[in-house]
Write a protein that binds this ligand. Structure first.
Ligand code: FAD
Length: 426
């Protein structure tokens, strides 16, 4: 085996989980972790939940304490960016002027937020949420009080709205689609999310875009912000002017493929890897948000932007890097917490597939399930399912999805029928 190290670019959950797997079978191979945030690898879900609410400390989000890396002799290069990758010479050039050569390389560079470029986009008080630093700034502003306008009713926007309401802040969400999360859950379940937030005092502007942010030089802002002009209002596509002391934009993310692209690797909605998360040559793997991999369970390529994919995909990549014959075929899974509601979703609905929604239980109780079902020649199959406050059901949802179970829709809709007994003809 080469004496060169294993290098991991990206200091998030994917990276940390890969190290766990690598160290299980290679206790001494040198590992270098290059992460451009000046923090130990951490998990992001708490940023819009416990940390935003002020319930959790920063340390809660760390995947491991510093000693964990020291004990495993991981060379942490934090606050350092991998600027160039030379696959043929297996070398990465770093922002501190150094170069590292590798035997094997994992690209775990995650995602970057999609930014708006409308007039006023660079005013003080217009925030995005991706990093611990972002979360700290937004939370400080929420504590200061006032009015927040959230652009985008996706997962991030909704979770920030819930945290903002807990801080007693006035919240307006502007979303061009007819419901929150319209593209993910559709109209029926999206309407339930709208009711949930309205019930907690959120002002929802649906079917409405944002055309500009207005600013003024008056008004104080927090000292870490440098420019003098601060956002004072959001103007909608209907011409309405929504006063704002702060704006949080959550309009999606993009895979952080810059390094891979500049190195000439195949990139197509993420770094293209096989079912073992390997690029194919040059000893390179990719996992987590940035990877577009072939999922053998679904017999299709996918890219997933959720915690469980970083957790499981990072670990599988680490195993694959140590020569184990593994493939990554998990059913995609994510979770969210908003107010007193916890939910989990599992499955995969391709964009071009029509589904019908089957509800199980009454959404008005905030304890129900929803299934996205498609018709096949053999009958109806569940492509994805979600529970809201109906715990210990997600494994059964995954089993329905993974096994392509042909279901009886009446049984699926009946909370009295166990989920392992909803197959048609039983
Ligand atoms: C606020 C928030 C809340 C979320 N909540 C949930 C949730 O409730 N449920 C859920 O399932 N998912 C949630 N997610 C999504 C989940 O956190 C991500 O899917 C996960 O973080 C992806 O992990 P990753 O390691 O692949 O990438 P990332 O976490 O993005 O980590 C990549 C790291 O690599 C660094 N990096 C990038 N390029 C370079 C380079 N060239 N050199 C050095 N370093 C580099 C980045 O700065 C970053 O630190 C949430 C995400 C956010 C932002």
């Amino acid at each position: 085996m080469s004496s060169e190290p294993i290098v991991i670019v990206g200091g998030g959950l994917t990276a940390a989980r890969a190290i766990e797997a690598i160290r299980e079978s290679e206790p001494v191979t040198p590992i270098i972790l290059i992460g451009n945030e000046d923090r130990l690898p951490y998990e992001r879900p708490p940023l819009s939940k416990g940390i935003m609410l002020g319930k959790d400390s920063e340390e809660v989000a760390y995947t491991h304490p510093r000693e964990w890396y020291d004990e495993r002799k991981v060379d942490l290069r934090l606050g350092v960016t991998a600027e160039r990758l030379h696959p043929e010479s297996r070398m990465v050039a770093l922002s501190d002027g150094s170069e590292v050569h590798y035997d094997r390389l994992l690209l775990a560079t995650g995602s970057v937020v999609r930014k708006l470029t409308i007039p006023g986009h660079d005013l003080n008080g217009v925030h995005y949420l991706r990093t611990m630093g972002d979360a700290e700034k937004i939370r400080a502003r929420l504590i200061a009080g006032g009015r927040v306008v959230i652009v985008g009713a996706g997962w991030i926007g909704l979770e920030v709205a819930a945290a903002a309401r807990a801080h007693g802040v006035e919240v307006t969400i502007v979303e061009p689609q007819p419901t929150p999360l319209y593209g993910v859950v559709g109209e029926k379940v999206g309407a339930w999310f709208a009711d949930l937030h309205r019930g907690h005092g959120v002002n929802l502007k649906l079917g409405v875009g944002v055309t500009k942010f207005e600013g003024g030089s008056h008004g104080e802002d927090l000292p870490f912000q440098s420019s003098h002009r601060k956002v004072t209002a959001v103007v909608t596509s209907e011409g309405e002017r929504l006063p704002a002391d702060m704006v949080v934009v959550g309009v999606g993310i993009l895979p952080n493929t810059a390094l891979a692209e500049s190195a000439g690797l195949a990139v197509d909605n993420g770094i293209v890897v096989n079912s073992s998360l390997k690029v194919g040559k040059y000893g390179i793997w990719a996992a987590g948000d940035v990877a577009n991999w072939y999922n053998p369970t679904f017999e299709t390529r996918m890219r997933v932007e959720h915690w469980a994919n970083a957790y499981n995909g990072g670990y599988t990549a680490g195993q694959s890097m140590t020569g184990q014959e593994v493939t990554y075929g998990r059913v995609p899974f994510f979770y969210s917490d908003q107010y007193d509601v916890g939910l989990e979703y599992a499955g995969f609905v391709p964009r071009d597939v029509q589904t019908e929604v089957v509800l199980r239980g009454d959404p008005a109780t905030n304890a129900f399930m929803a299934f996205w079902v498609t018709a096949h020649a053999s009958g109806h199959r569940v492509l994805a399912g979600m529970h809201v406050n109906v715990w210990d059901t997600v494994d059964a949802i995954k089993a329905l999805v993974r096994n392509y179970t042909v279901v009886d829709l009446a049984k699926l809709a009946d909370p009295g029928v166990p989920l392992d007994a909803v197959a048609a003809g039983r």
